[in-house]
Design a protein around this ligand. Sequence first.
Ligand SMILES: *[C@@H]1O[C@H](CO)[C@@H](O)[C@H](O)[C@H]1NC(C)=O
Ligand SMILES: *[C@@H]1O[C@H](CO)[C@@H](O)[C@H](O)[C@H]1NC(C)=O
Ligand SMILES: *[C@@H]1O[C@H](CO)[C@@H](O)[C@H](O)[C@H]1NC(C)=O
Ligand SMILES: *[C@@H]1O[C@H](CO)[C@@H](O)[C@H](O)[C@H]1NC(C)=O
Ligand SMILES: *[C@@H]1O[C@H](CO)[C@@H](O)[C@H](O)[C@H]1NC(C)=O
Ligand SMILES: *[C@@H]1O[C@H](CO)[C@@H](O)[C@H](O)[C@H]1NC(C)=O
Ligand SMILES: *[C@@H]1O[C@H](CO)[C@@H](O)[C@H](O)[C@H]1NC(C)=O
Ligand SMILES: *[C@@H]1O[C@H](CO)[C@@H](O)[C@H](O)[C@H]1NC(C)=O
Ligand SMILES: *[C@@H]1O[C@H](CO)[C@@H](O)[C@H](O)[C@H]1NC(C)=O
Length: 493
Amino acid sequence: MAKLLFFFLVFTAAAALPEEEGGGYVGVNIGTDISNFLSPPQLVSFLQQQKLTHIRLYDSDPHILKALSNTNIRVIISVPNNQILGIASSNTTAANWINRNVLAFYPHTLITAIAVGDELLTTIPSLSSILMPAIESLYAALLSSNLHNHIKISTPHASSIILDPFPPSQAYFNQTLSPIILQLLGFLSRTKSPLMMNMYPYYVFMQNKGVVPLDNSLFNPLTPSKEMVDPNTLLHYTNVLDAMIDSAYSSMKNLNVSDVILVVTETGWPSKGDHSKEPYATIDNANTYNSNLIKHILDRSGTPFHPELTSSVYIYELFNEDLRSSPISEANWGLFYGNSTPVYLLHVSGSGEFLANDTTNQTFCVAMKGVDGKTLQTALDWACGPGRANCSEIQPGEACYSPNNVNNHASYAFDSYYHKQGRVAGSCDFKGVAIITTTDPSHERCIFPGSKIISNRTDTVVNSTNATSGVDASRLIGMEGLWGVILSMMMYL
Ligand SMILES: *[C@@H]1O[C@H](CO)[C@@H](O)[C@H](O)[C@H]1NC(C)=O
Ligand SMILES: *[C@@H]1O[C@H](CO)[C@@H](O)[C@H](O)[C@H]1NC(C)=O
Ligand SMILES: *[C@@H]1O[C@H](CO)[C@@H](O)[C@H](O)[C@H]1NC(C)=O
Ligand SMILES: *[C@@H]1O[C@H](CO)[C@@H](O)[C@H](O)[C@H]1NC(C)=O
Ligand SMILES: *[C@@H]1O[C@H](CO)[C@@H](O)[C@H](O)[C@H]1NC(C)=O
Ligand SMILES: *[C@@H]1O[C@H](CO)[C@@H](O)[C@H](O)[C@H]1NC(C)=O
Ligand SMILES: *[C@@H]1O[C@H](CO)[C@@H](O)[C@H](O)[C@H]1NC(C)=O
Ligand SMILES: *[C@@H]1O[C@H](CO)[C@@H](O)[C@H](O)[C@H]1NC(C)=O
Ligand SMILES: *[C@@H]1O[C@H](CO)[C@@H](O)[C@H](O)[C@H]1NC(C)=O
């Protein structure tokens, strides 16, 4: 009952939030290590076509900034790490930087923030001491142009500066860095600027395998037993990102800072990686993570600790950067290839106008690979029998009979069941041997239920289904499925 109440409160609080520009939007990072990258005007027209209105650049490319002028696209520009030393040592250098990269474009180009460096404290610790001087000089230059209220200055951190992030209430900033963090938070509080953090549930999952379940990392609906409960606050966490965000708020609270909001400057999931080292870097996981992330943020339901505050997030990243070298995943974080073809089609239906190439409803339920044949056969028999899936296409001679193996037949039957059930949460489970995918499993003449491929086949002879022995339904779609339905209704209200 406590859980029901909790979710209800979250919902009312979120509903009362004004639709302010300040928070709860989804932006994208644009890295440009791409061969044959789009020209700046092509890039801008692509952003407009995809209805993307918040971007972050890793530099301040003048051609891109110029192409962004007179659009409604808001941009965070960056000072690369290798320019920070110069800016910190001279107010003139800082003022020149602002002249060249901000004043030359603002206000025609909506520059909203300057990210000073990227993960400087953890990647170049020797430069830690010049971070605040650089930030202060840039601020002084903005102040003298009277732009300090329009353009925020901050610096993105790696989440590793937060120690003991789970449970979130016990998190704290690495104490070696505390002096700098305290100065920074003082600055952010004074200038009403956000704390910028790069947060990757993917890496948390990879580094804590067996402890942090995949479903929590991907925002999938959970059975209650999989929720993470913070023993100090008794708050329930259904996903890793919310826990990471709250660990940042707790860390700030430990330093008595409560008026700085968080922006997640990077988060994402790679769609491809080395088979043995990064087996969870798959198109389906990347799609699930990013689609669920977008829905979660646009729902504006905040986090357990701060239900009234929905952090804005920037997806890492818009394009695959094919020129990045090993590991393989480095070149595969994008939603699109460099030529703007989608790597996968997000399913973010109901989230308003965002990413125009969303085909939303194209999800399929298939058998997991590597599950033993006997377990799959049992599930297949249940689907075609009591489950009343339409199994006519997998009968001998029919279009989906081949390849004649239990994985293929189970996939077809699961997908039929899933679509007949209206794809409700829990309808693609089959005791854990089924998985939702956005990759259309149709092949040759075999068209899966829910596929948008228009079949041009003409034969429609239906072989009578061999509806086999009954398996108790509750063994397959039991309480877990039901909780899935309830939780997902609550989470996605
Ligand atoms: C930059 O200017 C500020 C005051 O505006 C001053 O406190 C600071 O020492 C100057 N920094 C350098 C490196 O000259
Ligand atoms: C804390 O930060 C210091 C300085 O960067 C680093 O040497 C140390 O390893 C960090 N501690 C932990 C536990 O990560
Ligand atoms: C935070 O406030 C408490 C209580 O006022 C105080 O004891 C503590 O030293 C403060 N911590 C910092 C880092 O300022
Ligand atoms: C994306 O959508 C636009 C219009 O909504 C369409 O013109 C374009 O062809 C689509 N691109 C892809 C790769 O599907
Ligand atoms: C997606 O499916 C839902 C019901 O499952 C339907 O209401 C909605 O219109 C569909 N959206 C699109 C874009 O087909
Ligand atoms: C089962 O699927 C086949 C092929 O898609 C279709 O022709 C047939 O009408 C379906 N049967 C039922 C009962 O829906
Ligand atoms: C229908 O299925 C049975 C076995 O399930 C098979 O013996 C028969 O040849 C099939 N008929 C057609 C027309 O494919
Ligand atoms: C069906 O469509 C495929 C792909 O469009 C085409 O190659 C094939 O020739 C078509 N088959 C028939 C029988 O029309
Ligand atoms: C139907 O399935 C049962 C159990 O798997 C099997 O014993 C029987 O031979 C099958 N019937 C046909 C016609 O394939």
